[in-house]
Design a protein around this ligand. Structure first.
Ligand code: GAR
Length: 210
């Protein structure tokens, strides 16, 4: 089984969806650690409740971003993780520090990338008058929210949607999307074959899986 570590900064509903998928038997992975930059992250409590080892690093204890990230990856290496999942990890990661993990680290982002990298994605989709919105799972590279997209979930923006409603409705789709992609990873059906190119079942894909 694939050994997976998860990084999360917040409430952890995506982590919970991953744990639920594993418990249901459909996701053949072992969660070896959950790490956070926030000691009060809900994700840490969820992990503890599920018997998954946790660790927290406080950014204030490090002089530079790179120092933090070097220690982060040192701890992750020590867990024996083969794959890293960012599930609501709200920090930029230093490109040089993450380089050894390129191809083995994925992130879920609440927009139809390449649209709306960064923060406030729901608000920006509404303000742009978009007809649809979505979430993307992508390989993490040095470029913020810029790595090749593996799969997306799309939803229609309804008249009257506000930021909170849109975020909430999308979250339900995120909870399907992330376990689905991690399952494909565990089945070794996904590979990063070039800096900007994903292969599914050994064949390069021209567009994200839907
Ligand atoms: C999710 O919506 C995730 O897509 C987003 O944070 C939320 C975490 O929720 N991630 C990002 O914005 C990454 N830039 P959760 O803690 O309940 O899983």
């Amino acid at each position: 089984r694939l050994r997976v570590a998860v990084l999360a900064s917040g409430r952890g509903s995506n982590l919970q969806a991953l744990i639920a998928a594993r418990d249901a038997g459909g996701l053949p992975v072992d969660f070896v650690a959950v790490g956070s930059d926030k000691k009060d992250a809900g994700a840490l409590q969820l992990a503890k409740d599920a018997g998954i080892p946790t660790f927290t690093l406080n950014p204030k204890d490090f002089a530079t971003r790179r120092d933090f990230d070097v220690e982060l990856f040192r701890q992750l290496d020590a867990t024996g993780a083969q794959m890293l999942v960012l599930a609501g990890f709200m920090r930029i990661i230093d490109g040089e520090a993450l380089a050894p993990w390129v191809g083995r680290m994925i992130n879920i982002h609440p927009s139809l990338l390449p649209k709306y990298r960064g923060l406030h994605t729901h608000r920006r989709a509404l303000e742009a008058g978009d007809a649809e919105h979505g979430a993307s799972v992508h390989y993490v590279t040095a470029e913020l929210d810029g790595g090749p997209v593996i799969a997306q979930a799309r939803i229609v923006i309804q008249p009257g949607d506000d930021e909170a409603q849109l975020a909430q409705r999308l979250l339900g789709f995120e909870h399907q999307l992330l376990p689905a992609v991690l399952t494909l990873m565990a089945e070794q059906r996904l590979t990063l074959i070039a800096p900007d190119r994903v292969a599914f079942n050994g064949k390069a894909i021209d567009a994200p899986l839907q």
